[in-house]
Design a protein around this ligand. Sequence first.
Ligand SMILES: [Zn+2]
Length: 377
Amino acid sequence: MVYEPISGKIMFDALRDKGCIILAANTRITEGILRGLFRAAKDTDSPLIVELAKSECNQHIGYTGYRPSEFAKVVYKCAADVGWDIWALHADHTTVKKGDPEEIKDTKELLAEQIDSGYTSFAIDASYLFNFEGKDEYEQLKPNIEVTAEIAHFIAERMGSHDFGLEVEVGEIGKKDSSGMVLTTPEEAVVFIKGLKEKGVEPQVIAVANGSVHGNIYDKDGNPIPQETIDIDRTKAIAAALRRAGYRVRIAQHGITGTPLPLIAEKFPKGDIIKGNVGTLWQNIAWEIFSIYEPVLYKRIYDWTLEKYGKPGKKREQVFGTDSKNAIKVFFKEIYAMGNSTRNALEAVAYAEALKFFRAFSSEGTASIVRNSIKKR
Ligand SMILES: [Zn+2]
């Protein structure tokens, strides 16, 4: 049995329109948590995507303290230890914000390291590149289309095939203006995918701005609140427009942390959404376990975050919830020197949490569909 990651394309193609969402977990802290995720995937026959964004992990070391070659080694080893085959290693938010030659060069350098380390799926996020002067959707999205296509062709060339997962992004997730959240329109999604297709790029998943926000969220007084702002009708309308236009691309839902699981189970349009990103939750679990099992280290991480990011009038809980991610790299050695009981507790909680997601995402039993599609190839 081989436990290397499979192509994200194979996974998305096999599970398109099967009424399920594939869990994509950003494991900023890998120890224990990754093992809990893989064990839950195996026990429920659910596919799993493991991912980190460029900000979290890059060739200059991201805020998780990982670079892609090291992260890939850890994930490969964990999959083999647990013995789980239906998983993909995904590069989340390969962000291009300016699109100048220097940034493009740096991005290709990152992708080269990811490809050489065995990543099998990639998200290109050039959603910031938006021409506000454009007179129609195409003109507005042209900079995003051009950069996304250039990067996608680079990946295909380096991989030596088109057999990899490809996610693209239109509309900046979580963006707000004076009238509230800025949402992607169905027309924008169609124009974007059409523009990419004309350049020979056909992604399997598209991330859109549909009302979610990344990370933990708080009200204006700094109290934690659930993530309930995802616009389900808009999400359905975008998926319907893409289907009508004949495209096979489906939606990647970002910013799921904090969304009540019954809402996901009952209301999320599964099949319209086929990839669900859950990131900050796994970090929240780690801090909660640390507060009990590694109280001295937890306090140091807490104090460091408050000292660096705290502001008068801002609730401590919100500061910690928002900015503690930056402490992972700083305390990397101490975090990974955790005791065995800490590791076991992380694994147990991540396992239980993953089980709930696989149920709410209706992905239990669907890894077999992917496995059968591989056998047929
Ligand atoms: Zn995201």
